[in-house]
Structures are given as structure tokens and as C-alpha cells.
Design a protein around this ligand. Structure first.
Ligand SMILES: O=C(O)[C@H](O)[C@@H](O)[C@H](O)[C@H](O)COP(=O)(O)O
Ligand code: SF4
Length: 608
């Protein structure tokens, strides 16, 4: 293992210094929790009796405190193909707990929204805030204080970040994330995108589009593009919160079952009653957060994590910002190309060497910290191994010596791009995230007249009316956390992609988000400050008008306009919509912090 790279050391030290006081407050709180609320000893007999009344065969073991009692916090529902397998998990996990003189109980469920189902309509305006609802629901589950460890059953976009945030507030306990695995590959993502663009141009019918989509998303398991859900799995490996190699093993296979069984057994070992105590608060430190950032950049992961990583870090008293990500991006090469950053999907990535390859390469180059506490016994080195079954027994072997497919996986020495997947762009229009890994380098700088919209539907209408057939920077504003919950505007990818394929130089600038699966069109997203006024002061996007020249460049890091905004009045903010439950999230919008701080009213109000 090489010396840690100077940029990684520099950023880690800067984060640790910046976080000194907040991290001390966090660890102090965790120490008090460990004293007050561990081991169930503080619970009254009535509390306890309620807690194990329905525990059936585990009642005596829980009552007699014979061994660790593991909380299962589950995001099961049938809406997310990724979470559908979880319906069968609790009963199996209880059996596996008994094998090691432990018990397991479903502590509680957390909500889980499928961004694929809600993409493009009002439901998506609840998506970002559902993360905080998940964090709060995790706290509700764990507040029963009956537990010695947490098994976190969640995979998708906002669910893993929400579970991390909630579980960290019980960081005196150990936690292991338990994924269920990607669905088998369907039609290629390229084919899927082609039918979408044909539909956007009116050259494919709705029946043809539905047939294509259903051939892509066709069964239980995580969708196979490298979006936010699969970026979550990568991050849980880099943060040492998985059984090593759990990320992309297919669902409902003997190997998947043995990995889940190992998670239950390991939790019994790493609790306070175990012989190898590893509380989550100690696992998730600045080095773990930096390792997650590096993994995100090296694999071209989801832009949503430019928002979720600062939020997760804050829950552990760690302060991360976009300068940190940007400085790491300049030092971390892109060594994986998984759709939308390439043609293969996560199943192909896994077969080519997967996470073991990525960790081996990053460790070998000193781009991630190896000296970290993980839930696995041997630090980060364990994650450079891939799991397999040797005579039906779970075992690990080193990552392959050569990439199984160098169109998908390369070495740090010979990467796809010297620059990581994501850059900070800033100027007189604010600060924003620009994902470079999915964009042709010839389009990393775009300068063109703006067309300004206040909602995504108007963009689609203008496209269909032929008003955008030219070099254009499409600006979609009033999409920030406080305006309408910061939805993903992923439905704009096909029309903007059509314009790009027609030969125009096109870009998107928005204070909203894009999907982790958004690709090829250059975009400056998460613009902060958002257009909607805060303390009576609108963000710069509120002053933009059609025809203003806007420049965004990942090469020189700019996001600016040549227009003089100083003498202008801001555009009036749209009135917040109701319906689809959006009115119930008004308090989340009202208090939301900026995207760079995680876009969370919950964290702002908690003073974290
Ligand atoms: O951040 C993400 O990864 C996305 O939110 C993803 O979860 C979402 O479902 C996409 O919309 C899927 O892509 P398609 O809409 O292209 O199927
Ligand atoms: S990956 Fe996205 S689209 Fe697929 S199940 Fe998860 S949230 Fe839904």
C-alpha cells in the first residue's frame, strides 16, 4: 500500500480541523448515549415486557439478556424493485441470529420512495425530503433502545443516506448495511436511451416506449445503471459499512444469502457484548467520509451525493464542502465507466472486477485511507477482496490481477480520465456541481444565450415547439430545496440529448437536481444560493433573462453570465404547489439549508 496521496491527506486534515468542535460534540453525545441507553438496563420491566411481548421463541433470550439483540431497520416495500427482496429477510435473519446466541427484531420500517416511479411529476418534489423522513423514522425505530446493533436494510437513493443519518445518532451501536443486489441485466441502456429519444421526437409510440422500459426494468433487484442507489452501495464499501463485497452480488443467490447471514453474525461480534466492539460513530469518521468521496469520484458516481455526503457527514459531526470534493476530484482519476458513464451496467462492472478492483487500485495508489476502522476485521484491505462460496462456505479472494474489461475498469496508472467524475463550477450565478464523467470532454465548456424557465414542463413544451433548436443554455430555476423540494429534472435528458445530437451546443443550469443516471448533457446543477429568496434576497438565477449569455465550464470552473444583473428586478417566485402530499412538507422547505450543506431543515434545526 502506498503512502496516502498529498491531496487526500490535505483535504482530510482540513476537514478534521474544520470539524474539531462539531466532532467533539458528536462523540461526547455518543459517549453519554452509551452510558445511559445501552444494554437495556435502564428500561423498566414494563418497557421490556412490551418490547419482547411478541418475540415468540426469542422472548426468553431477550428477557434474560442472553446475547445481543439486533435491530432490523427495514425499508421494505414493493414499489422499489431493489427493496422488494427485503420482504423475506427478517425471518431468515432471526434464524441466523439464533445461530450465534443472538436475537433479532424488526425495530421499525422506514419509508422508501422510488425516484424512477416519481421521476418527472409532483411526487419527485417529496424525494429529497424523504431522506430526512427516513432518518427520523430510523430514530423512531431505534428509540425503543432494546438493541445492541443495527442491521440497515436499505439500498436506494435517499434511503441509504437517511439510514446513515438516523443510525449515526445511535452511533454507540454497531451498524451494518445489508443490500439485496442488482437485478439481472435487461436490454442495454443505450437501447433504452435510443427509444426514449425517438419517443421525445414523436418517432416511437407509447407502447414501444413501455415495452423498452419494461425490458430494462424487469424484475426484483436494484436497477442496473450506476445511479444514486448503486453509488450508495459503492460508498458503503468505501466507508466500511458492508460485509466486504456485498455491494453487487445478485439477489436471492446462495452467495447473497451467506453474505446476509455473515452480516447478522458479525453484528453479534462487534456490539458492546461482543469481543470486537466497533460502534458506528468510530467507523464513520473524516477518513471514512473522504474514502466515500474518492470512491464516488473514481467511479463517476451520482451527483446526488454532492448533497447527501455533506448531510451524512454532519450527522457524525463532520463538515464537508464542495471545495473538498473539487480538490479531491482534481487528484482522483476516473477508473470505472459504468452506464451512464459507459455502456456496461453494474452487473458487467461486478463481473469485470467490481468493488474489489476499485478498492485495490485506490488503496495501492494511496488515494483512500487504509488505516480505518470498518465493520470487517481487517480494515479497508478486506474490501479489496471479493466474496465467493468455497464448499458452500463464505470466503474471500483477492481482486483479479487484470481488469476483466478495460472498457469498464482501468488502473489508476492508466485511467479513463485524469480528473474525477465531478467538479465545482462557480461565478456570478452561484456555485454548482458539474458531473464531467458522463459528458464528452469537448462539451465541458459551453457558452450560449440562455432560455430561462421556472419549471421543467415549460422546457418540454418549448422543445416540442422547436424553440430550442439552437446553441442554448437552458436555465430551470425555482427548483431548489426551499422552492419546491429540489426535484430531479431527469426527464429533460432525452429532449436535451436530441438537441445535442442535432449538433447544437446545449447545457442545463438549474438549482434543482439531476438523476444519478443522468448523462451526456453538460449540466451545472444544485446552483447555490437557489433562486428563491432567503431573508428577502433572491439567488442570482432569479435575475436571469432570455438571451443573457451564460458560460459554464468544468475546465476553468466557471458558472457566470456577461449580463449586468445588478440593476434588474428578480423574477417573481412561483407559488408552491399543493397536492401529492407536498403541502405536508412545507416545514421541510421552510427551513431547508443550502444544497452544499445537504439541503436539510432537520439538520439545520438540530444545529448539526
Ligand atoms: O439518482 C438516481 O439514480 C435516479 O433518481 C434513479 O434512481 C431514478 O430512478 C432514475 O430516474 C432512473 O433512470 P430512468 O428514469 O432513466 O429510468
Ligand atoms: S434504483 Fe432508482 S429506479 Fe431503481 S428501484 Fe431504486 S429508486 Fe427505484
Amino acid at each position: 500500500m502506498s503512502q496516502t496521496a498529498p491531496a487526500v491527506l490535505r483535504v482530510t486534515e482540513r476537514i478534521e480541523t474544520r470539524s474539531k468542535d462539531s466532532r467533539a460534540r458528536y462523540l461526547g453525545m455518543i459517549a453519554r448515549e452509551a452510558d445511559r441507553h445501552a444494554d437495556r438496563g435502564f428500561l423498566s420491566c414494563s418497557n421490556l415486557a412490551h418490547g419482547f411481548a411478541a418475540a415468540g421463541p426469542d422472548k426468553a433470550a431477550i428477557a434474560g439478556m442472553r446475547g445481543p439483540n439486533i435491530a432490523l431497520v427495514t425499508a421494505y416495500n414493493d414499489m422499489l424493485s431493489a427493496h422488494q427482496p427485503y420482504g423475506r429477510y427478517p425471518e431468515r435473519m432471526k434464524l441466523w441470529a439464533r445461530e450465534v446466541r443472538a436475537t433479532a427484531q424488526v425495530a421499525g420500517g422506514v419509508p422508501a420512495m422510488c425516484d424512477g416511479v416519481t421521476q418527472g411529476f409532483a411526487g419527485m418534489e417529496l424525494s429529497l425530503f424523504s431522506r430526512d423522513a427516513i432518518a427520523m423514522s430510523t430514530a423512531i425505530a431505534m428509540s425503543h433502545a432494546m438493541f445492541d446493533g443495527m442491521a440497515l436494510l436499505g439500498i436506494c437513493d435517499k434511503i441509504v443516506p437517511g439510514l446513515v443519518i438516523g443510525a449515526l445518532r445511535f452511533g454507540h451501536l454497531p451498524a451494518i448495511f445489508v443490500p439485496s443486489g442488482p437485478m439481472p441485466s435487461g436490454i442495454s441502456n443505450k437501447e433504452k436511451q435510443q427509444v426514449r429519444q425517438l419517443y421525445a421526437e414523436g418517432k416511437a409510440s407509447r407502447e414501444e416506449l413501455l415495452a423498452s422500459e419494461s425490458a430494462s426494468y424487469h424484475s426484483a433487484g436494484t436497477c442496473t445503471f450506476y445511479g444514486t442507489a448503486n453509488s450508495n452501495q459503492m460508498m458503503m464499501e468505501l466507508m466500511g459499512l458492508h460485509i466486504p463485497g456485498a455491494a453487487f452480488v445478485p439477489p436471492d443467490t446462495p452467495l447473497r444469502n451467506e453474505i446476509t447471514r455473515a452480516a447478522v453474525h458479525r453484528l453479534a461480534q462487534i456490539g458492546r457484548k461482543g469481543h470486537d466492539y466497533r460502534p458506528m460513530a468510530q467507523v464513520v469518521d473524516a477518513k471514512a467520509i473522504v474514502n466515500a468521496c474518492v470512491g464516488l469520484l473514481a467511479t463517476g458516481g451520482s451527483t446526488n451525493h454532492a448533497i447527501h455526503l455533506p448531510a451524512m457527514a454532519r450527522a457524525a459531526g463532520i463538515l464537508l464542502d464542495w471545495e473538498d470534493l473539487d480538490e479531491l476530484s482534481a487528484a482522483v482519476p476516473l477508473i470505472a465507466r459504468v452506464y451512464p458513464n459507459g455502456s456496461g451496467d453494474v452487473n458487467h462492472f461486478h463481473a469485470a472486477g467490481g468493488m474489489a478492483w476499485v478498492v485495490h487500485e485506490l488503496l495501492g495508489a494511496g488515494l483512500i485511507h487504509g488505516d480505518v476502522l470498518t465493520v470487517a476485521e481487517h480494515g479497508m484491505a478486506a474490501y479489496a477482496q471479493e466474496p465467493f462460496l468455497e464448499d458452500a462456505t463464505l470466503a474471500w479472494r483477492p481482486a483479479p490481477k487484470t481488469s476483466g474489461d478495460d472498457t469498464m475498469l482501468r488502473t489508476v496508472a492508466h485511467p479513463f480520465l485524469a480528473d474525477g467524475g465531478m467538479r465545482l463550477v462557480q461565478g456570478n450565478l452561484g456555485r454548482a456541481t458539474f458531473k464531467t464523467s458522463a459528458v464528452d470532454p469537448g462539451r465541458w465548456t459551453i457558452e450560449a444565450p440562455a432560455r430561462v424557465f421556472d419549471d421543467q414542463e415549460s422546457v418540454t413544451a418549448a422543445f416540442k415547439a422547436g424553440e430550442l433548436d439552437r446553441d442554448v443554455v437552458v436555465v430551470v430555476r425555482f427548483q431548489g430545496p426551499r422552492a419546491n423540494g429540489m426535484p430531479e429534472l431527469h426527464k429533460l435528458t432525452p429532449p436535451l440529448g436530441v438537441l445535442q445530437d442535432r449538433g447544437f451546443r446545449v447545457a442545463l443550469v438549474t438549482d434543482g437536481r439531476m438523476s444519478g443516471a443522468s448523462g451526456k448533457v453538460p449540466a451545472a446543477i444544485h446552483v447555490t444560493p437557489e433562486a428563491l429568496a432567503k431573508d428577502g434576497k433572491p439567488g442570482p438565477l432569479a435575475y436571469l433573462r432570455d438571451g443573457d449569455i451564460v458560460r459554464l465550464s468544468a475546465e476553468d470552473g466557471t458558472l457566470s453570465t456577461t449580463a449586468d444583473l445588478s440593476a434588474r428586478d428578480p423574477a417573481p417566485a412561483p407559488v408552491a404547489d399543493v397536492g401529492m402530499g407536498r403541502e405536508l412538507f412545507a416545514m421541510f422547505r421552510l427551513g431547508a439549508g443550502g444544497a452544499e450543506q445537504g439541503g436539510s431543515a432537520m439538520l439545520e434545526a438540530a444545529g448539526l
